[in-house]
Design a protein around this ligand. Structure first.
Ligand SMILES: NC(=O)c1ccc[n+]([C@@H]2O[C@H](COP(=O)([O-])OP(=O)(O)OC[C@H]3O[C@@H](n4cnc5c(N)ncnc54)[C@H](O)[C@@H]3O)[C@@H](O)[C@H]2O)c1
Length: 268
C-alpha cells in the first residue's frame, strides 16, 4: 500500500507504541484517528502532533474500546470525518492479572471486534477500496509467560484469530490484508504496571523474575515497532503473517510448519 493520503485508525494512540504508530503514519503522509480512553493524554498527543503536522490530519476520538457501542461509534466518527478508512491498527492493550477479565476484554475481544468493524468499513463487498488491519499481539502470544498467564492467553488469542481471519478475508476477496505484530519488551508506560499489585495480583511476588527476563530479552524502543508497522502496511504480499520484533534479531517473521496436525493421522 502506498501510504500517502491514506486514512488510519489507531487504538491506544495516546501514548506508548500506539503513539509511535500514529507518528510514523503521519510522517508517511497519512491522516490518523487517534482513539483512546485517556482523554487528557489523547488531547495532549493531538496538540503535540499539531505542532509538527497539519492539524486537519489528526482527530482525537475518546473511546473505551471494550464498549461495543463506543468502538462502533469511534469507527463511524473517523470514517465520516475523513470520508474513508484504509488502515486499522488494533493496538490498545492492558496488563492486568488481578482483574483478569478486563485483559481478555481489551486485549482480545476488542481486537476481534475492531477487526470485524474495520472489515465492514473497508471491504470491497461494501463498496470500499480494501485496506490493511494490523493487530498488536506480543511475543507472549508465542510462548508461555509464567507470571502473566491471562495476558499470555489474550495474545495467543490475537495471533490465532488474526491468522484465521486473514485466510477468511483472502477466501472472500475482501481486499483487506490482516497481520499481527509481536514485540518483545518495549519501553512504554505499560512496563510500570509489572511491579504493581493492582495489576499483577498474586504474581507481584515474582517481580524480580520478570525484571530478570527484561535483562535477558532487552527493552526495545517504540520507534522500531512503528518501523515494523510501516513494513507490513507497505508490503502488499503480507497477509496472515506474524511479525516478531526482538533486540537480537530486530524485525523478522515467525515461521510455522504448514500444518501442526498431520492429516490422515487416525489418532487425531
Ligand atoms: N510495552 C511492551 O513491552 C509491549 C510488548 C508487547 C506488546 N505490547 C502491546 O502493545 C500494545 C500497546 O502497549 P503499550 O506498551 O504502548 O502500552 P501503554 O500502556 O503505554 O499504552 C496503551 C494505550 O492503550 C490505551 N488503552 C488501554 N485500555 C483501553 C481501552 N479500554 N480503551 C481505549 N484505550 C485503551 C491506554 O490509555 C494507552 O494509551 C498493547 O496491546 C500491548 O499489550 C506491549
Amino acid at each position: 500500500m502506498h501510504l500517502k493520503d491514506k486514512v488510519a485508525l489507531v487504538t491506544g494512540a495516546a501514548q506508548g507504541i500506539g503513539n509511535a504508530f500514529a507518528r510514523a503514519l503521519l510522517e508517511k503522509g497519512c491522516k490518523v484517528a487517534l482513539v483512546d480512553q485517556n482523554v487528557e493524554r489523547g488531547k495532549a498527543s493531538k496538540d503535540a502532533f499539531d505542532k509538527q503536522f497539519e492539524a486537519q490530519r489528526t482527530i482525537f476520538i475518546s473511546c473505551d474500546v471494550s464498549s461495543e457501542e463506543k468502538l462502533k461509534d469511534a469507527f463511524k466518527k473517523a470514517f465520516e470525518h475523513f470520508g474513508k478508512l484504509d488502515i486499522v491498527v488494533n493496538n490498545a492493550g492492558v496488563n492486568n492479572e488481578k482483574n483478569w477479565e478486563i485483559t481478555v476484554q481489551v486485549n482480545l475481544i476488542s481486537v476481534i471486534r475492531g477487526t470485524y468493524i474495520g472489515l465492514e468499513h473497508m471491504k470491497t463487498q461494501n463498496g470500499h477500496n480494501g485496506g490493511v488491519i494490523v493487530n498488536v499481539a506480543s511475543l507472549a502470544g508465542l510462548m508461555p509467560v509464567a507470571f502473566q498467564p491471562v495476558y499470555c492467553a489474550s495474545k495467543h488469542g490475537v495471533i490465532g484469530f488474526t491468522r484465521s481471519i486473514a485466510m477468511a478475508s483472502e477466501a472472500a476477496n475482501y481486499g483487506v490484508r490482516i497481520n499481527t505484530i509481536c514485540p518483545a519488551f518495549v519501553n512504554t508506560p505499560i512496563l510500570q504496571s509489572i511491579d504493581k499489585e493492582e495489576n499483577m495480583g498474586q504474581y507481584v511476588a515474582y517481580i524480580d523474575k520478570i525484571k530478570d527476563m527484561m535483562e535477558v530479552y532487552g527493552v526495545l524502543e517504540p520507534t522500531l515497532i512503528a518501523k515494523g508497522l510501516i513494513q507490513i502496511l507497505e508490503d502488499d504480499s503480507l497477509n496472515g503473517q506474524v511479525m516478531k520484533i526482538t533486540t537480537k534479531r530486530g524485525i523478522h517473521f515467525h515461521e510455522y510448519n504448514t500444518a501442526p496436525i498431520e492429516t490422515g493421522n487416525s489418532n487425531l
